[in-house]
Design a protein around this ligand. Structure first.
Ligand code: PLP
Length: 452
């Protein structure tokens, strides 16, 4: 194998080498194309052939809140690397940037979530939350509380713990056994209310199901329920307004903790620093990652109620952590990233992006392959169906093909996930860019539906 210098390789060479040597997340046999991205600025990225693409996905995975190529973040990282690239946060050690960020996050979080544990990403944050919830109960003399309730179509990560909580079947196939003591309940999915809940009120159905599930598991055996305030990967599913308050009430009755997985929603994507706060969720633990650094450093944070943080550090303590927990470069980048978001009021712009998408995507109401369009701030899902009457989901390869066409014809990057086309642009996206992205989507979906 001959080493190469990528600067002098052609895009075709890079693609061939990629096929030979790289395994991608979610790689599948049907995906033969490769697209080598080499540069980004604002809401644009460029491929290895110099083609400019409009990024309606926030770097692909809902994470680029401040957009690409921000010099301020590069400088924050460089400055910190020069001063101290890294030293552990294990046991008594700490660093000034991790402390500053923990204080800043405590200030943004709901009132009594003042304890912060740092990770390198969302799956680690969820892993940490599961352990913290179980350990909290054990420290309080209830070691049988081990069950975690999550929801079908919830996405919580890819590790064995977080992956088991994830409600997408392919995550679990042929890699078992998965984490024991995980139970799934139904999601709040209003477009599919008739098939999921019959003629019952959605929240009544879901609360009843939750109560029955807790009863079956034994209320004294359940540690926590985890849920995204608005489900992201499931297709931007916003629950009815009474859903989270009523879930919280049930969990309170049984002493069960509530974990808000805000890996997508935290830091402004839906218009608030923490989406759980605007849904009366009142969580005990919040998991974050992605937008905390806008992807400029692999980083995450778990916020815990004071009482939980105190309990898990008692006795022999919290025997959990990662080499890069509390990484000073990640913390420095996160602080600079939060500065930008506050200065440019990006949570407010996320709400405008939502309004612009609603207007731009309105013509999809007449496209027979579009079942539903859901917009929540700077997150949107276009639910594709094979049949509008039966609401049968469109097959994934077809959805994948549509996003490929949108990119090929209009240079706009959107993301296929299950049977949804997901939009999650940088929170910096302006009205003209949202209009361009919307027009590209409307054009391709209209044309392909018309061509049968
Ligand atoms: N939780 C939620 C809600 C997510 O959307 C994701 C990733 O998309 C994760 C957790 C896992 O995060 P990561 O991929 O950084 O491990």
């Amino acid at each position: 194998i001959t080493p190469i210098r990528t600067q002098s390789a052609s895009s075709t060479e890079l693609e061939d080498l990629d096929r030979r040597h790289l395994i991608h997340p979610l790689q599948a046999a049907a995906i033969s194309d490769r697209l080598v991205i080499v540069r980004g600025k604002g809401c644009a990225v460029w491929d290895a052939d110099g083609n400019e693409l409009l990024d309606a996905t926030g770097g692909g995975l809902w994470h680029s809140h401040v957009g690409h190529g921000r010099r301020e973040l590069a400088e924050a990282a460089a400055k910190q690397i020069e001063q101290l690239e890294y030293f552990t946060s294990y046991q008594e050690f700490t660093n000034d940037k991790a402390i500053e960020l923990a204080v800043r996050l405590s200030g943004l979080a709901p009132a009594d979530l003042n304890k912060v544990f740092f990770t390198s990403g969302g799956s680690e944050s969820v892993e940490t939350a599961i352990k913290a919830a179980r350990l909290y109960h054990a420290r309080r003399g209830q070691p049988d509380r081990t069950w975690i309730i999550s929801r079908l179509y919830g996405y919580h990560g890819a590790n064995y713990g977080s992956g088991t909580l994830t409600g997408f079947e392919p995550m679990h196939l042929s890699v078992g056994p998965n984490l024991p003591h995980v139970e799934k309940v139904s999601p709040p999915y209003l477009y599919r209310a008739a098939e999921l809940y019959g003629d019952q009120d959605p929240t009544d159905f879901l609360i009843n199901e939750l109560e029955q599930t807790i009863e079956r598991l034994g209320p004294g055996n359940v540690a926590a329920m985890i849920g995204e305030p608005v489900m992201g990967g499931g297709g931007v599913l916003t629950p009815p307004a009474d859903y989270w308050p009523r879930v919280r009430e049930v969990l309170n009755k049984h002493g069960i903790l509530l974990i808000a997985d805000e890996v997508i929603t935290a830091f402004g994507r839906t218009g608030a620093w923490f989406d759980s706060a605007q849904r009366d969720m009142d969580p005990d633990i919040i998991t974050t990652a992605k937008g905390i650094t806008s992807g400029y450093f692999s980083f995450g944070a778990v916020l815990l109620r004071d009482g939980i943080g105190d309990a898990i550090t008692e006795d022999y303590g919290f025997f959990h952590g990662y080499t890069f927990s509390g990484h000073p470069v990640g913390a420095a980048v996160a602080l600079a990233n939060l500065d930008i978001m506050e200065r440019e009021d990006l949570p407010a712009n996320a709400l405008s992006i939502g309004d612009w998408f609603r207007a731009g995507l309105a013509p999809l109401a007449d496209v027979p392959t579009v079942g539903d369009v859901r917009v929540e701030g700077a997150a949107a899902a276009i639910e594709m169906v094979a049949d509008r009457q039966t609401r049968e989901p469109m097959a994934f390869p077809d959805v994948f093909g549509l996003t490929a066409q949108i990119r090929a014809k209009h240079g706009v990057i959107t993301r296929p996930y299950a049977h949804n086309i997901i939009l999650s642009p940088p929170l910096t996206m302006n009205e003209d860019e949202v209009r361009r992205a919307s027009a590209a989507i409307v054009d391709v979906l209209t044309q392909t539906a018309a061509n049968g």
